[in-house]
Unconditional design. Sequence first.
Length: 135
Amino acid sequence: VNKPQDITMIIAFSPNSSRIIPRIFCRKFRHCAPIIEPTRGRFIMYQFVHRGHIAQIYLTTRAIKILGANGWHFIPVSAVPPRDLMQRARACRSCVAFCKLAIGIRSARIFTPLGLYRLLAKSARHWRAQFTSYG
């Protein structure tokens, strides 16, 4: 098992959802889910089903590539999920709230998958710009 600082977390965004969400609120992405790599090459996707119910889906690198080929977008995040993630997930009302809990974001302004995607993409670009300027 990896040490907490070695855990890889990816936030996955999908244009499809099992829920009927108006396109006015979610035009590009309609669902998001955190993917955590507890051991090398093995991933767990925490799929928000409904309030109080999170399904764990075990994935491999090949499965993530297949999801990417089917329209999913991925943003790696440098965050360690809380140890009591599943206990605290009972209070989450949406997939976005669950992803924010996993990452540690407390912004009340982010409530759609697209808003979360834009925030994380902006942070990732900022980090890459800083990293390349020092390298």
